[in-house]
Design a protein around this ligand. Sequence first.
Ligand code: PBG
Length: 323
Amino acid sequence: MTLQSSYGLELRRNRTLPQLRDLLSSESLNAKKLIQPIFVSESLKEREEMQSLPGVYRDSKESVLAQIEFDLKSGVKHFLLFLVPGTKSNDSIPKSFYESAIGGIKQRFPEIFLWLDTCLCSLTTHGHCGLLGKKGEIDNASSVVRLSDIALCYAQSGADGISPSDMMDGRVASHRKILDQNGFAHVPVMSYSTKFKSNFYGPFREAAESAPGHGDRSSYQIDVRNREDSILSSIRDAQEGADLLMVKPGITSIDLIQPIRDKTGLPVGAYQVSGEYASLAMLAQNGFCKFEDGLLETWNVFSRAGASYLITYAARRGKEIFS
Ligand code: PBG
């Protein structure tokens, strides 16, 4: 299918596939509105369970296929894939790993909607989400070029949707442009549009091998104390052509979902991040609550707050928990 990209607002992008229509319907949250994150690591021979995230695995290109087969049977249609290359590089993209991992999944399961997270933190030697300049500062311009090249490689390999999580300025516009110019005008951009610097990403960074080697992410992720920046950041991504917006971490951002919806008119989802899932798992492991009850409580809160969709490590248990 080809879409004209010259009209500005491409509303048909979110209408074309049944999986997207289910994800973005105005119903309250339900199992069809959940997205399951998955990790594929190039250096793994066998899958390993994440200690801090019970029920979440780091997979090899091969072992992830059995996981997706299982998840499909549980009713999951949307996956958010994080690719962790075996070799770090600040100069090049591990194209063949990306192509084979994505291609392998989509050839086997054409019916899933596969989102790909674009960021540099799993790839760079320093673990920052952008490239560094001569003085060690984030170089926004070259970062956006590299990120867009990765987005194109993902789309060419079979990604259904692209999800930039790096928080560089201009990445959404540049993703949209490179996709449109290369025949991928139908591929939606789900932007991590309001992403805070947070203490809740710890378990993820272990899974994605993406902790910054020095410094922190406060020059590009939003300061939780700044409400104006957090809303402006989503408005800006909407103006640059994002199809779906997101707040992250979920539970610390629920007050922003409705204002962002009101100001942009776009669907706004939430990412229940690794630290949120791990906190509930730890409460449950210590006998303080039932894991499923804790999850359902938070999901009901996201629904009440107006989240259109939810990214959660427990998506594969969505049907069971909502029933
Ligand atoms: C990559 C990225 C992060 C998460 C999603 N994409 C980590 C970070 O910004 O350090 C966090 C997800 C989670 O904690 O579950 N930039």
